[in-house]
Design a protein around this ligand. Structure first.
Ligand code: IPD
Ligand code: CA
Length: 277
C-alpha cells in the first residue's frame, strides 16, 4: 500500500525528462511568441506542444478516463480548474516561459500528482541545468538522486529571499510588490533573488540555496510539484497571512522553517487575486 504510487511517480520522472529535452531542442530554433492575460504574460508554441506531449503520454500509460488533468495551457483555453478527489495531474509544461523566450537559462517542467486533494508527489525538471528534482510524500526530496535539505538558518538577517513580479503590471500591485521587497531587503537580509520560474525558486528553497520564496498571483501548476519538494526537504508552506497553505489560493510562502516564514509574512503587503478554482 505504501508504494501504491511508486510506478506512477517513476513514469512522471521519465515524462518530465522527455518534456525537458523537447524544450531544450525547441530553444535552439526560432521561438514563436504570443500573449495571454497581458502583454507580459507570454506563451509559445512549445508550451502548448509540450503540454500535449505530457498529457498524451500520461493518458497512454494510465488510460483516458482514469485520471484528471490541470494543465496551464489547457486552463488558458478555458478548461475548468477544479481539484476533485480523483487522481489528478497538475502540470506546468514550461515554467519560466519569459526566460525561455529570452534565453535566460532557468526553465522547468513541473508535474505534480494529487489524490483525494492531497499531493502525493512532485517532479520538477530544470531542463537547461539538467537538474531533476523529485519528492514523494513521506519519502524525502532529491536532486539528480541526491537527497536535498532546506537550510538551517533561523536569523532572517542571514537569509536570501526570493520573490517574483508576476505578470500583472497594474500600478497598485507593482507598488505593493516593490514595497514588500524594499521592506524585506532593509530588514536587512543578505540578498533578494528571483529565477523567473516559481518551480525552480521552490527547488532553491529545498536545496538550501535560499531561505524562502513567496509570491501572490502564482497558479497551482506553478507550485504544486514544488510544494511537495519543499515539504519533503524539511521546509514549510504557508499562506501569506500566516494561515495554512491553500494550493488553489494563488498565494504562498515557502520557507526553510516557520521562523523565517513568519518574519517575511510580517512584511508582505497583500492584494486580492481571484482563486484558481
Ligand atoms: C510564471 C513563473 C514566474 C512567476 C509567475 C508565473 P510561467 O510562470 O513561474 O516565476 O512569477 O507568477 O506565472 O508563465 O513562466 O509559466
Ligand atoms: Ca508557470
Amino acid at each position: 500500500m505504501g508504494d501504491e504510487w511508486q510506478a506512477t511517480f517513476d513514469f512522471a520522472v521519465t515524462v518530465a525528462r522527455k518534456a525537458g529535452e523537447e524544450i531544450r531542442k525547441a530553444g535552439e530554433s526560432e521561438i514563436k511568441v504570443s500573449t495571454k492575460s497581458s502583454t507580459v504574460d507570454l506563451v509559445t508554441k512549445t508550451d502548448e506542444r509540450v503540454e500535449k506531449i505530457i498529457i498524451g503520454a500520461l493518458k497512454d500509460e494510465f488510460g483516458e478516463g482514469n485520471h484528471r488533468f490541470i494543465g496551464e495551457e489547457s486552463m488558458a483555453k478555458g478548461q475548468p480548474c477544479i481539484l476533485t478527489d480523483q487522481p489528478t495531474w497538475i502540470i506546468d509544461p514550461v515554467d519560466g516561459t519569459t526566460n525561455f523566450v529570452h534565453g535566460f537559462p532557468f526553465v522547468a517542467v513541473s508535474i505534480a500528482f494529487a489524490v483525494n486533494k492531497e499531493l502525493e508527489f512532485g517532479v520538477i525538471y530544470s531542463c537547461m541545468e539538467d537538474k531533476m528534482y523529485k519528492a514523494r510524500k513521506g519519502k524525502g526530496a532529491f536532486c539528480n538522486d541526491e537527497p536535498i535539505q532546506v537550510s538551517d538558518v533561523k536569523d532572517i538577517k542571514k537569509s536570501i529571499i526570493i520573490s517574483e513580479h508576476g505578470t500583472d503590471r497594474s500600478k497598485d500591485k507593482v507598488s505593493k510588490i516593490f514595497s514588500t521587497m524594499k521592506k524585506i531587503l532593509c530588514i536587512p537580509v543578505h540578498g533578494l533573488r528571483g529565477s523567473g520560474t516559481a518551480a525552480t525558486n521552490m527547488c532553491l528553497v529545498a536545496t538550501g540555496a535560499v531561505e524562502a520564496f513567496f509570491e501572490i498571483g502564482i497558479h497551482c501548476w506553478d507550485i504544486a510539484a514544488g510544494a511537495v519538494i519543499v515539504k519533503e526537504a524539511g521546509g514549510v508552506l504557508m499562506d501569506v497571512d500566516g494561515g495554512p497553505f491553500d494550493l488553489m489560493s494563488r498565494r504562498m510562502v515557502s520557507a526553510n522553517n516557520e521562523t523565517i516564514a513568519e518574519r517575511i509574512i510580517k512584511e508582505i503587503e497583500r492584494f486580492p487575486v481571484p482563486r484558481d478554482d
